[in-house]
Design a protein around this ligand. Sequence first.
Ligand SMILES: O=C(CO)COP(=O)(O)O
Length: 248
Amino acid sequence: MRRKLIAGNWKMNGGLAANGVLLDGLKAELRAPACAVAVCVPAPYLSQCQLALAGTPVALGAQDLSVHESGAYTGEVSGAMLSDFQCRYVIVGHSERRQYHGESSEIVAQKAARAIKSGLTPIVCVGESLEEREAGRTDAVVGAQIEAVLAALDAGALAKIVIAYEPVWAIGTGKTATPQMAQDAHAMLRSRVAAKNASAAETVQILYGGSMKPDNAAELLAMTDIDGGLIGGASLKAADFLSIVRAA
Ligand SMILES: O=C(CO)COP(=O)(O)O
């Protein structure tokens, strides 16, 4: 039985004061959650969140890392720097990075490998656009995205990743994949992992992301291959995020 993981992706939202209120709200309720819980926060707030979450069951994550180890890479944040703040997770390949920052599947794969080398668990995001879904290309597109990452990792490392299926058309739009659509994509992703490492496929957590909210979380999380959620908008309000955690 895989333990579920509910991870918030705050994206480029928040500020010292607002984060404080949100973190207080989470800490007040999350004493011994049944599932794993994490928040992936903007890099400047890692220290604030590390201090606020110390000793709580809420793990800390970042939203991106550099493919480079260290050196003359202005503006980049290394995996080692994230580890310094006790980050456990780092999102790689979010569709907003692929779309607005030109990140190819090869770069995403390098970032996943770099995360593992830095002792972090990469949350590898994959997902198709609306156009690709309507053209019947979901499996081809999402399959190619995950294969690029699987090819860059040795079989053992596959036990150290989390995958997030985030259909681009469902992100921030209020449109959610139906539980069956998501289940089909998750089962396909698990079979791709199984082809490389059967035991890792049994344990790898595959999260769904894209307008997961308190009112649709339970039916998505009930599907066999949906092991949690990567939550954007609803992770910014303590009450909504906590309600999704309870659904898990
Ligand atoms: O992109 C997402 C999480 O990474 C999902 O965002 P929303 O939950 O706001 O749709």
